[in-house]
Design a protein around this ligand. Structure first.
Ligand SMILES: *Cc1c(COP(=O)(O)O)cnc(C)c1O
Length: 304
């Protein structure tokens, strides 16, 4: 289960020169065409754990455009697991590209209505899935659990350049928790939340880090200034930014996480939030399959 270290891309930008900061993009979107970025990092040691527990079926949860569903289906196929995806909501007439792809990779797709889905982590809910579906290894929504951290630590350890900050987009915060554990009190980590909700994110990251390392660290922070109205919400400014970034740097971002994070990073640099001389590694956490949810906005960017 080895995927080779992903490269660092130095981002040449007049703004960065003017402000005296340096930015590299860690191209974790290049881990694997279908098992991309942080979703691979978070899955890796869950797959190891499933093998150790002798379980050959992986079950997980997600929305109809989920990068995690996409990655888990592909990883299951590649590493010889059966996979089941419990999808939030009702089936639509035309399944999303994400779900079609997952089905092609052998994933059994089951839908769960929203009310039930909210209770999916309750013991009774899991028990009834076992009654219905037999034995399985359960990977939580987004792949975030204690096993997710180890893979993210490996990502941090791959960075061989000198730097002051790691920046990345946050959903559940599992990846940021892994980065914080990997830094182990050195340097700084800055998360850009793609969701509005402030209340639980910080505490769940603190808890994950503590469960994993037995320590708490204060060299990390989350900004909630760049969620653009909430999860999966976009506006023209964000879409135009992503298109311009691709033109200038030949690198595709997506609007749910990486686009918002890089937009936010540019904005913070513009507003002198980093002292001159700061070196920043921003993580391209992948997820480009999710562009299929933005066909209208990105008709020229989507291949196939
Ligand atoms: C899922 C995802 C994230 C968020 O990861 P968390 O560990 O849930 O915070 C960030 N970027 C991309 C591209 C993702 O698919």
């Amino acid at each position: 289960m080895h995927i080779k270290p992903t490269p660092l891309q130095h981002i040449n930008e007049p703004l960065f020169r003017e402000k005296g900061v340096e930015v590299w993009l860690k191209r974790d979107d290049l881990t694997h065409p279908d098992i991309s970025g942080n979703k691979w990092r978070k899955l890796k040691y869950n797959l190891v754990e499933a093998k150790e527990e002798g379980l050959s079926t992986l079950l997980t949860f997600g929305g109809p455009y989920s990068n995690h569903i996409h990655a888990l289906a592909a990883a299951g196929k590649l590493f010889g697991f059966k996979t089941i995806g419990i999808i939030r909501g009702e089936p639509s007439e035309e399944p999303t590209d994400t779900l079609q792809n997952a089905a092609k990779n052998g994933m059994r797709i089951l839908f769960m209505d929203r009310a039930q889905y909210r209770l999916k982590n309750e013991p009774e809910s899991i028990e009834s899935l076992h009654v219905q579906l037999g034995e399985f290894y359960m990977v939580p929504e987004g792949g975030t659990n204690i096993y997710a951290l180890q893979g993210c630590i490996e990502m941090v350890n791959e960075i061989k350049t000198d730097y002051d900050y790691i920046c990345l987009g946050c959903g559940t915060g599992g990846t940021l928790a892994g980065v914080v554990a990997g830094l182990y009190g050195k340097k700084k980590a800055l998360g850009f939340s793609s969701l509005k909700g402030k209340d639980t994110l910080t505490s769940s990251i603190t808890e994950l880090v503590q469960d994993f390392t037995d320590k708490t660290f204060d060299n990390w922070q989350i900004t909630f200034d760049y969620h653009f109205g909430g999860y999966a919400k976009v506006n023209d400014e964000l879409i135009d930014f992503i298109k311009a970034f691709k033109q200038n740097h030949l690198t595709q971002l997506e609007p749910v996480y990486t686009g918002k994070m890089i937009y936010g990073l540019y904005d913070m640099i513009k507003n002198d939030q980093f002292p001159r001389g700061t070196k920043i590694v921003a993580i391209h956490t992948g997820g480009l399959q999710g562009l299929c949810g933005y066909k209208k906005e990105f008709e020229n960017e989507i291949q196939n």
